[in-house]
Design a binder for this molecule. Structure first.
Ligand code: XIL
Length: 365
């Protein structure tokens, strides 16, 4: 469309005049990034982060930031199978207990991650060669021992993590891609998921129990499969309280898809935890990536949008929003994908990024 076609010339002139008049006025002050509000104070629901036990132990800057900003913490790696039961029937709770102490001292809610996953398995499990009864015993003993140890000390558990395939919404079973199959489904049958929830509930009846998975905001087939799974558990009276939407997203994530997925999950009546939020800025793995101002702004807007739509979740279903890690310096994304990335609201020097302020604004409304 030529700019000065008749239809557009007058409005364009008028706009130009108004714009130049506006420019001569004193510019309205930018919302200065000096807001002292914290994430936890801005939200009407818990805001959390997945925490590294090493940084918690060794870095006061890190533990102070966590303490100031978040009302909930998730155990990042210390309660995974390989960390807790590295050899058969030998349980190591040292790191997990450290997190419990931190949570108690700083008055944080503690969300435990996770009891059953097809990853983070020790070799003794991978190589285990018992019959189905022996597998059931291994599985039950692990869940019961771990959940019982933390009984009354954690608020909630991700009981089963990532059980559903991306490709067709069926349960992970055989390895289609190396490492992608589930040893649990293979040896225990499809109903292992229900039994995991039952064993966890028997060991810690007051803990809230979650099914946690990724990709629900972009993969409709997977989302529907997850909803079918949790709804069937609920209808059978299996003790499940909530769904974790991991939300490892990037700045191009589609807002309408995220909202639609959230609304479908709300309809289950279960609690919804945005459980592992990070917003990648270099999803294309550009080796020469530069984190420019426009990308900062796009990331900030995405954090704001996610927090904003989470405010539409009915209060009784809001379990909170948790970021996966705390700062760009400790995020799992750069090393896991072997690329430059900056997916979190704080930079590696613990300074608030533009994303922090977008997040804050979204949490408020
Ligand atoms: C990641 C951790 O952050 C890494 O430190 C670890 O090496 C691999 O696992 N989905 C999950 C989390 O449920 O447990 C994963 O955590 C990130 C993806």
């Amino acid at each position: 469309m030529p700019l000065f076609s008749n239809r557009y010339f007058l409005p364009a002139m008028l706009a130009a005049l108004l714009f130049s008049a506006a420019c001569h006025k004193k510019p309205a002050p930018m919302p200065a990034p000096t807001d002292d509000a914290t994430l936890q104070s801005a939200a009407s629901f818990p805001v959390g982060a997945a925490i590294s036990v090493d940084l918690l132990r060794n870095n006061v800057g890190y533990s102070s930031l966590v303490s100031a900003q978040f009302s909930s913490i998730t155990t990042e790696n210390v309660l995974k199978f390989d960390a807790v039961e590295p050899a058969e029937n030998q349980f190591n709770f040292t790191d997990g207990d450290y997190m419990v102490t931190f949570a108690v001292q700083r008055h944080k809610r503690l969300h435990a991650h996770n009891l059953i996953w097809h990853q983070a398995l020790p070799n003794w499990v991978i190589n285990f060669s018992g019959d189905s009864l022996a597998w059931e015993n291994l599985f039950k003993t692990h869940i019961e021992t771990e959940a019982a140890h933390y009984k009354g000390e954690v608020a909630s558990w991700d009981v089963v993590n990532e059980a559903i395939r991306d490709d067709d919404g069926t349960l992970r079973n055989q390895d289609v891609n190396p490492g992608d199959g589930s040893i649990w489904r293979r040896h225990l049958g499809a109903d292992y998921i229900a039994r995991a929830f039952q064993y966890a509930h028997e060991a810690d009846p007051n803990a809230l129990l979650f099914y946690n998975d990724y990709g629900q905001e972009w993969n409709g087939q997977k989302l529907n499969a997850i909803i079918a799974l949790v709804s069937s558990l609920k209808n059978r009276g299996i003790p499940i309280d909530g769904i974790g939407m991991q939300m490892h997203i990037d700045i191009n994530a589609d807002n309408n898809n995220m909202l639609a997925a959230l609304q479908k999950l709300i309809a289950t009546g279960l609690k919804i935890h945005i459980s592992e939020l990070d917003i990648a800025v270099n999803p294309g793995n550009d080796p020469n990536f530069v984190f420019t101002d426009p990308l900062n702004a796009a990331q900030s807007a995405k954090f704001q949008y996610v927090a904003h739509i989470y405010n539409t979740v009915p209060t009784a279903q809001q379990y909170g929003i948790t970021t996966w890690n705390v700062t760009d310096g400790d995020s799992w994304i750069p090393w896991f994908y072997n690329r430059k990335d900056y997916p979190l609201p704080f930079d590696a020097n613990y300074h608030k990024k533009q994303a922090f302020y977008g997040f804050l604004t979204g949490l408020k409304n």
